[in-house]
Design a protein around this ligand. Sequence first.
Ligand SMILES: [Zn+2]
Length: 218
Amino acid sequence: MMPICPSPRPKTHKRSDDHAGQGGEMTYSLTWLADVLRNAKLNVAEQPGWRNRGRGDVGKILGVMCHHTAGPPKGNMPCLNVVTNGRTGADALAGPLSQLCLGRDGTFYVVAAGRANHAGAGVWQEIQTGNSSFIGIEAENTGLADDSWPDVQMDAYRRGVAAILKKIGASAEMCCGHKEYALPPGRKDDPSFDMNAFRKAVAAIMAGTENEVGKDGS
Ligand SMILES: [Zn+2]
């Protein structure tokens, strides 16, 4: 399967016809993202121009979609540039490719406050407007069996999703994996971890009972 960031050596140059959200005056809706994550005691790295970056604006945000990059095996967030600026080649796609990136050290990189090309066709809880209705998080991981998820990254993933869901007034059921949303079934395989266990752990964080669930979310 080819998740959203399939290139082992991401190209970072922009397509000449892609100027949307680059250097414009428009400030998009999700300007609260950095503060919400910081208030959850997470490490946040705001990227230059993120408040003005988007493929237009989002609609009403109803949930969060989890991804992995399928990027290189080394480095904290080597896919940051391609998520920000999009990818070229046979499966070219204009950036941003998600609003947030999550590095292997648990740092959230805030990339965009507007709409991002992360979902494609699919459905979750009867919602089919993935790019307009879900905040995308691209976590750095190859997706391969030998790339275990660091505890610090998974802990940040769960707490970050919990903080966003609380902010938008949604339950943990409104967090889905790209592999769960994407249609036709099997079109995407990310993220590589168990989404039912993940949602259970997120729900426990939101309820303040996470110490009763176990650190691995199982
Ligand atoms: Zn994905």
